[in-house]
Design a protein around this ligand. Structure first.
Ligand code: PBG
Length: 337
């Protein structure tokens, strides 16, 4: 028993927040959010050929993979219990052109990979993007006419690409190019082609961000990009506009929403989840990955701890899952717990 009254007693009364924090067992008992392997989507990078795993300098630990190696990665995902992978192709330069016509080749790198993975590992979900940036000679996500990224023509093209991706076996189409009306248009195109069960995960709120830098190195679009993407991605200053953009996608038939980048935009994650209640995902993008890796490699932060903390924070912010390059690393850690 304390005989002396402290000043703090007057302030707290009987309220003591630290009671629930006093031991490991209480902390476990009151923990509100948990990260599990079921929350992870693993983005992987593709290159043509066979037998090659090519490290990406700006993303230590992340590689570009040929189709056969991507199939091995999908097997690894299945073994680890990771529900889904998302594929991003590095298209050969000679196949890139003004309109991104290789996106309409039924047997292009994305579709080849999807078909190979579906055949070998049918129980891993495959999420594909229809943005044109890997295919265009100017690095933009849509068709460039003069100085303008033309909306409606781009949507017509990505609808056709989406149907081809679904034909190849994609389970979810995740359009990231931020054209207006694309969710409704892709939904109609998929349904007309008999792909009613193929889902749409909208990159509903994709911000014009500096955090995409290492990704552009990974798929070799950085050096190509003419100008910026500010006429189609959202201004990082705007939260209400992001909610309105997501509302359109919800009305048009999105099955899931995504916020991109992740950690600097947790307020958006929370607002979308509260407003719509749809399954909501965050994309912890390349620059976020690289920040953590680089600081950890310098011994300046505990990389594993920060990695796990950031992913848990997405859950607290209302996310149902996270696209993260850390996925296999995290899955291995979670399996040991
Ligand atoms: C473009 C696209 C981007 C990313 C994936 N698809 C952004 C961009 O290059 O403008 C970024 C992913 C990442 O940084 O991890 N459609």
């Amino acid at each position: 028993m304390q005989d002396k009254t402290h000043l703090v007693d007057e302030i707290t009364g009987h309220r003591r927040m630290r009671r629930n924090r006093k031991a490991d067992w209480t902390r476990r008992l009151v923990q509100e959010n948990r990260l599990t392997v079921d929350d992870l989507i693993w983005p992987i990078f593709l290159i043509p050929g066979t037998g090659v795993v090519d490290p990406i300098p700006a993303m230590p630990g992340v590689n570009r993979m040929t189709v056969d190696k991507a199939v091995e990665a999908a097997k690894e995902a299945a073994d680890l219990g990771i529900p889904a992978i998302a594929t991003f192709p590095n298209i050969e330069m000679h196949l890139r052109d003004e309109t991104g016509s290789n996106s309409l080749e039924a047997n292009n790198l994305i579709n080849q990979t999807t078909a190979a993975i579906k055949k070998a590992v049918p129980n891993v979900g495959i999420i594909t993007d229809v943005a044109l940036d890997p295919f265009t000679s100017h690095g933009h996500d849509g068709i460039l006419r003069g100085a303008e990224i033309v909306n409606d023509e781009t949507v017509d093209q990505i609808c056709r690409a989406a149907v081809m991706q679904a034909d190849a076996g994609a389970d979810i189409i995740a359009p990231s190019e931020m054209m207006d009306g694309r969710i409704g248009a892709i939904r109609r195109a998929l349904d007309a082609a008999g792909h009613q069960s193929v889902g749409l995960m909208s990159y509903a709120t994709k911000f014009a961000s500096g955090f995409y830098g290492p990704y552009r190195e990974a798929i070799s679009t950085g050096g190509l990009l003419k100008g910026d993407k500010n006429s189609y991605y959202i201004n990082p200053a705007n939260g209400t506009e992001a909610v309105r953009d997501a509302a359109m996608d919800v009305e048009e038939g999105a099955d899931m929403l995504m916020v991109k980048p992740g950690l600097p935009y947790l307020d958006i994650c929370w607002r979308l989840k509260e407003a719509f209640g749809l399954p909501t995902f965050a994309y912890q993008v390349s620059g976020e990955y690289t920040q953590i890796k680089a600081a950890a490699m310098n011994g300046w932060i505990d990389g594993e701890r920060v990695m796990m903390e950031t992913l848990l924070c997405f859950k607290r912010a209302g996310c149902d899952g996270i696209l993260t390059y850390f996925a296999p690393e995290v899955a291995r850690i979670l399996a040991k717990r």
